[in-house]
Structure formats: structure tokens, C-alpha cells
Design a protein around this ligand. Structure first.
Ligand code: BGC
Length: 745
């Protein structure tokens, strides 16, 4: 009773003082040191609520104020129970912050982030984050561990699926759009806190092997890897997650230069920093000594909240008594966590994110699914379309073959923690529905995802897909192909081939799938390959022999319908690669915005050159370059004009839809800083416009860039503009470009 009364007072006070930090100061003045350290402790809560029961250790921790937040627990009622415990049983009734990895949607799942980035549709991506927040915010979640904006140029890393590709400029725009989508301005009950991650450089793990060492120059950090994180901070991200890796020999989680000098002082970040899962604990394996020392180092460096290591909760009080940390340092971290709860409005209403009525209306609603379906179609990248095989007509007999054709729970890809696959359609079901009986559909799995030999060599992934007898599977596939007019192959990776701890050394189509694809091509029937992947894969043989190839990534809960929209021409493909697709495994790392070397060989060179920077056995360039993608129409580019006004450069080009159907085109602007004090990339994306043109329609497209886009960072992170020559390039991808050289003073 007394507690409820206190709560009523605190709610009323919070309302009066909204956006007034004194509320937090006043609360802190009542807190014991244990309660303050408790706010810095974050633990997963996946299995701790069963029916009416809450696992006792967690219940004690919440009631005694030893937990500031919980994460990755699905179910509004369960979350409500835990929140009630915090509010009604803990001494000061401080609500929990409740997080989840809502990476690309809650139950309405959007394409994996890498795929979404290929839509180049910033508004659409912002909308996807808005919808994710709308769904999550009624089932108890106020905090999402997204956006993940790690730049990655090595496709072996499985977490490339979670990011926005290889370009720092585009990655920054997308990260900022997602922050806006999740957070708005924290004024509505549907606005939740973003957590930009993984700060920093996690995507640069050596050899693409997850959790591996990272080491790079500051110039490279500031120019190639840090811009997307900075863009998220500028967009107002309320929290930041530090990464698992080293930055300059120090763990990111205990790196004062990174978390304080760069993040807070240089970029003015004023939210809170949370570690990644168990990072403080892992520091011991990196060679930084015992957990008590590492907890101290992490706090002093600028970490505010400890995810799962229990280092802060177990060691900081003793460290304070020994004088290893100061009260001021603990207060500062506690203040930042409480401010986040305050910004979210949790002191006003701790149950703000638990709304049963809205849950019924919003989660997986028809309106949300429509947005997801449209975005999925926009994320697919058509790589090849020999003799306009696509779009297909709804007639005759169509064979659908491959291990991804009948699966329900692989379409959403990695990090779909709240997915509800029973509600989603398989590809086969989607095709049947789209064909409405106008064509005959035959479908079979045809082969295993991985061969026995591959499983023995590595590990078995994709257990959600049946294992079948390979000989029988192939025979059945060839039989239905012989009866069909066209063969659609749903092949590639399954969901767990990418994501955390899913690095691959071989990026080719797995053995059994390739062997079946080759046999199907040999039948002479037209073959369409729908390539499922969470990363760039090697499609060298496929690019020479398969008639049509579309990268469909993992398109989310509405993927099946979206694939049909494109296959049958209701929509024209408009996705453009945000990663370079390799010719061979050994090309990794591969990225379009590389430096030139002293013995350069361009990406479009077709011959080997002795004593120049290239391989004997494979050409330098990507098989399909950054920015590349086909539509069901063609676009011509001409009449490039470049004008300079004071501090800005405007490039204008005439783009014409020269084909027979309307479609979106992504007009891309790149620059090359010809001479500079620091070596600059051969090509850097600095602007783009996504436009829709009707058949025969022409438009002058102008893209303006300013000093900022023409500048680079020095090793201190200062933005430098150096006058001189610049190449201004415009075109449909990073390889097919028109160029004009200009001089800037
Ligand atoms: C991942 C993070 C994720 C966290 C919480 C970690 O293993 O690296 O990206 O947000 O778990 O689930």
C-alpha cells in the first residue's frame, strides 16, 4: 500500500518534471550504493517466467534492486509480471528497461538488414523500424539492440547479414533512418530506444572469423568504419553497445579513447553505453586479467551497463571501497541509465509498453505485412536475366525445386527472435496462391542443404530442413523438371548459415545443391535461380550457365508473396547490391571503395598483369559490383553536367527508361579525390536518388554534394577539405560510370 502511494507520487512528479533531469538527481539522492550498481546490471530473461512462477534468483534480484534491465523475453504478460515486481517490490520502485534484439521486425519480419539496404529506400527502411517499434512497444519492449551498423568487407563473416553492406556513407544514412524510425522523439508510447552497435569495428574481424582480432589504422577507422556509428549518434541514438573485439589493442568495452574521447567528447553522445553479451567476462581470455580489474577498466572507460558478465554487480562495490573507482564514476553510469528510463517515460508509466488492446490490433497486422512484402520485393537483386526469361507467365507447368522451397522457418533469416513461422507462407504455398490454378506447379526438395561430406568436414547447419536420400531426391527433381516448361531453384544458404557465430570459409553453393543445379541446367530447360543468402556468395559457375539469377537473401515473413510479385512481373526488380559479389573465395576482403596501390590494376581489367597488384588466377573486380542490379526494363544515362557553386558541386545527368515497363532506378554519384595528403579510395559513394520512370520517360537527375562529402578524416578524426582535382562520377553502379574532372579551390 505504502509502495503504491510512493509510486503515485513519483509518477506525478515525473509528469511535472518531464524533460527535467532534477527528477533523476532527486531519485539518485535516495539510492544506496547497491541500488546504484544494481541499475548497471542487465540480464537475459528468456526462461525465467513460467506461468505464475518467476525463477527465484531473478525475482530476488529484481525485488532487491540488483537488476536495472532484462532482455530477450517474449510475451507481454511475462514482462508485465517482472515489471510489477520491480515497481511494487523494490524499495524505490524503479522500473526495468526491457530490451530485445528486434533487428528486422518483431512478428512482421522484414528482410534481413543486408537485404533491406539493397532497396536503397531510406523512407521504407525508416518505416520498417517504425513498424518494428510499433509491434514491440505493445508487448513490453522499450529498447531494441538495433541498428547494427558495422561495416564489413569480408563476406566470410556471418554477421554481414545484420549490417548494411560495405559502404560507410550509405550505412550511415540507413543507420540514422532506423534510429529515427525506432525512437521518433520519445513522445509516443510506440517510440522505443535504439541501441547502435557494435561499437566499434566488429565487422573487421580478421579472416571474417567471428569474435576474431581486429587491428586497423585510425585513418581507416575514421574514414571507412566509424562514419555509420557517428551518423547514428547524430540522429540521436539513445544507447550504444560496445563490441566484442579489440580496438588498438584495448578491448572496445574498456577503451577510454573509443568510448569517451571519440564517442562522448568528439561526437557529443549523451546516452548510455551497454556492453555486448559477457564482454567484461571475456576480457580475461583476451589476456586482460581477472574480472574485477576489467570491471573497473570498463567503467572508467565509459561503459555504463554490463550485459551478462555480472562484473559490475559483483565487483564495483569492493572496487569503490578500495578506491579503484570513484562514487562519481558509479553515479555517472547510474545517472545515464536512469536518464534513459526517464526519456522513455517509464517513470511516468512503467507499463507504458504493455498494451493488450494495441497488441491485438498491431502485431502482424495486414497493413504491416503489406509494407514488409513491398520492401522484400524491393530488396531482391536481379543479377542475370538471359533473354528476358523473367518475368514468367502464369501458364504451362512450373517446377519449384530446392531445399528452400518448402521451408517455413528459414525465410526470415538470422535474428528473428520473435518470429511466428506458423503464420508465414512457404515459397511453394506462395506460388500456388499466386498462380491461382492458371499454371501447374510441381515441387520437390531435390537435395540436401549440405552433403554428408560437408557436414563431416565442418558442422551441420540447417537442421530445420529435412535430410533426404540424395540419389532419390535428384531423380525426383529431374523427373519433375522434365515435365516442366521452366524450373525455379530455391537454393543457397538457410537461415543459420549467417548471423552470429556463422562464419564460412567457402562461399560457394554447397556441394549437393550445386550438383543438382548443374544437372537441372543440363536438361536444357530454362532455369531461374533464387539465391538465398545472408552474405555475398560466390556465383561464378552460376553466372555463366544459369539463365536467370536473383539474390533473394532472406526476405522476411512476407517473402513468399514478394518473390511471386517479382517472378510474375507484378513488380519490376529494383534492388541494387550494397556489397560486392566475389568471383572466388580468395578475393576476400573485397570492396569497391579500395585504395589504388602503387601498381594499380582496375576492377574492370580482364587480363593478368605481371608486377602489378592482381592475382594470377582471378581478376580483381567483383563478379557483380557494388550498386549493381537489373530491372525488367533498361535505363540509359547521358549528358553528364557538373557545376560548382561556392561550397557545393551539382552533377546532373539525363536518365531515360528505354524499356517497356515502369521501374525504379537508383542513380548513384561517386567521387574520387585525385591527389590528397592521405591516400583516397578510387571511388566513393556520396549521393544517390531512387527514381521511378515510366517506359520512355526521361528525367534530368541532379545530385548535389557539399564540402563535407568532398572531405576526409585525418587520424585525429578531424574533417579535412583539401582543394584540388576531383573526379565526379555518376551511373547505375560503381563500375558503369560517366566521369567529369573538376578542380575545387
Ligand atoms: C550479440 C548482440 C546482441 C546480444 C544480445 C550478442 O551475442 O553480439 O548483437 O544484441 O547478444 O542478444
Amino acid at each position: 500500500m505504502i509502495r503504491l502511494f510512493l509510486l503515485a507520487i513519483s509518477i506525478c512528479t515525473a509528469t511535472q518534471l518531464y524533460a527535467n533531469i532534477p527528477y533523476v538527481e532527486k531519485l539518485m539522492s535516495k539510492m544506496t550504493i547497491d541500488e546504484k550498481i544494481g541499475q548497471l546490471n542487465l540480464m537475459p530473461a528468456g526462461n525465467i517466467v513460467t506461468g505464475e512462477k518467476i525463477e527465484s534468483k531473478t525475482a530476488d534480484d529484481i525485488a532487491s534492486g540488483r537488476l536495472g534491465g532484462i532482455f530477450n523475453i517474449k510475451g507481454r504478460e511475462k514482462i508485465e509480471k517482472l515489471q510489477k515486481l520491480a515497481v511494487e517490490k523494490s524499495r524505490l520502485g524503479i522500473p526495468l528497461i526491457v530490451g530485445m534484439d528486434i533487428i528486422h521486425g518483431y512478428e512482421t519480419i522484414f528482410p534481413i538488414p543486408l537485404a533491406l539496404s539493397c532497396s536503397w529506400n531510406l523512407e521504407g527502411i525508416e518505416k520498417s523500424a517504425r513498424i518494428a517499434a510499433e509491434e514491440a512497444s505493445c508487448v513490453g519492449i522499450g529498447w531494441t539492440f538495433s541498428p547494427m551498423v558495422d561495416i564489413c568487407v569480408d563476406a566470410r563473416w556471418g554477421r554481414m547479414a545484420e549490417g548494411n553492406g560495405e559502404d560507410p556513407y550509405l550505412g550511415g544514412l540507413i543507420g540514422a533512418a532506423m534510429v529515427r524510425g525506432y525512437q521518433g522523439n520519445f513522445s509516443k508510447p510506440t517510440e522505443i530506444m535504439a541501441c547502435m552497435k557494435h561499437f566499434a569495428l566488429y565487422g573487421a574481424v580478421e579472416g571474417g572469423r567471428d569474435y576474431n582480432t581486429v587491428d586497423m589504422s585510425r585513418v581507416r577507422m575514421f574514414n571507412q568504419y566509424l562514419p555509420p556509428y557517428k551518423a547514428c549518434v547524430e540522429a540521436g541514438a539513445g544507447s550504444v553497445m560496445s563490441s566484442f573485439n579489440l580496438v588498438d589493442g584495448q578491448h572496445a568495452t574498456a577503451n577510454r579513447w573509443l568510448l569517451t574521447d571519440v564517442l562522448r567528447k568528439q561526437w557529443n553522445f549523451n546516452g548510455f553505453v551497454v556492453t555486448d553479451y559477457g564482454s567484461i567476462f571475456e576480457m580475461q581470455s583476451h589476456g586482460f586479467g581477472p574480472i574485477d580489474k576489467n570491471s573497473v577498466k570498463a567503467l572508467k572507460a565509459g561503459t555504463d551497463m554490463d550485459m551478462c558478465s555480472q562484473g559490475f554487480i559483483n565487483c564495483l562495490k569492493t572496487a569503490l571501497e578500495k578506491g579503484e573507482v570513484s562514487l562519481h564514476e558509479i553515479d555517472q553510469a547510474c545517472r545515464r541509465v536512469l536518464e534513459a528510463k526517464y526519456k522513455l517515460g517509464l517513470f511516468d508509466n512503467p507499463y507504458k509498453f504493455c498494451d493488450a488492446r494495441r497488441e491485438k490490433e498491431v502485431v502482424y497486422s495486414a497493413a504491416n505485412r503489406k509494407v514488409a512484402r513491398d520492401l522484400a520485393a524491393e530488396s531482391f537483386v536481379l543479377l542475370k536475366n538471359n533473354q528476358n526469361l523473367l518475368p514468367l507467365k502464369k501458364q504451362g507447368t512450373i517446377a519449384l525445386i530446392g531445399p528452400l522451397s518448402q521451408t517455413r522457418n528459414n525465410l526470415t533469416g538470422t535474428w528473428s527472435v520473435a518470429q511466428n513461422p506458423e503464420r508465414y507462407e512457404t515459397l511453394e504455398e506462395g506460388l500456388k496462391k499466386a498462380l491461382k490454378g492458371r499454371a501447374n506447379l510441381l515441387c520437390t526438395q531435390g537435395c540436401n542443404l549440405m552433403s554428408d561430406a560437408e557436414i563431416q568436414k565442418g558442422a551441420e547447419f540447417g537442421k530445420t530442413i529435412n535430410r533426404i536420400d540424395p540419389a532419390k531426391g535428384k531423380a525426383e527433381a529431374l523427373k519433375i523438371a522434365s515435365q516442366a516448361d521452366v524450373v525455379i531453384c530455391a537454393m543457397g544458404e538457410c537461415a543459420d548459415f549467417s548471423g552470429e557465430s556463422s562464419s564460412r570459409a567457402d562461399l560457394n553453393l554447397p556441394d549437393e545443391q550445386l550438383s543438382l543445379l548443374q544437372a537441372l541446367v543440363e536438361t536444357g530447360k530454362p532455369v531461374v535461380l533464387l539465391n538465398f543468402s545472408g552474405r555475398p556468395t560466390v556465383l561464378d559457375w552460376e553466372s555463366k550457365h544459369v539463365d536467370a539469377i536473383m539474390n533473394v537473401w532472406f526476405g522476411g515473413s512476407e517473402m513468399a508473396g514478394a518473390v511471386c510479385d517479382i517472378l510474375f512481373g507484378d513488380k519490376s526488380p529494383s534492388g541494387r547490391l550494397t556489397v560486392s559479389l566475389p568471383r572466388a573465395n580468395g578475393q576476400q576482403p573485397l570492396y569497391y571503395n579500395h585504395l589504388n596501390t602503387g601498381r594499380p590494376v582496375s576492377d574492370s581489367e580482364t587480363q593478368y598483369r605481371k608486377y602489378a597488384s592482381n592475382y594470377i588466377d582471378v581478376r580483381n573486380g567483383a563478379l557483380y559490383p557494388f550498386g549493381y542490379g537489373l530491372s525488367y526494363t533498361t535505363f540509359s544515362y547521358d549528358n553528364l553536367r557538373v557545376s560548382v557553386h561556392n561550397d557545393s558541386v551539382t552533377a546532373t545527368v539525363k536518365v531515360t527508361n528505354t524499356g517497356a515497363c515502369g521501374s525504379y532506378e537508383v542513380v548513384q554519384l561517386y567521387i574520387h579525390d585525385v591527389y590528397a595528403t592521405i591516400a583516397r579510395p578510387v571511388c566513393e559513394l556520396k549521393g544517390f536518388q531512387r527514381i521511378y520512370l515510366k517506359p520512355g520517360e526521361s528525367r534530368d537527375v541532379s545530385i548535389k554534394i557539399g564540402r563535407q562529402e568532398l572531405s576526409y578524416y585525418n587520424s585525429d578524426g578531424d574533417l579535412i577539405f583539401e582543394p584540388g582535382e576531383f573526379d565526379i562520377m555518376i551511373g547505375k553502379n560503381s563500375r558503369d560510370l560517366m566521369t567529369k574532372r573538376i578542380v575545387l579551390n
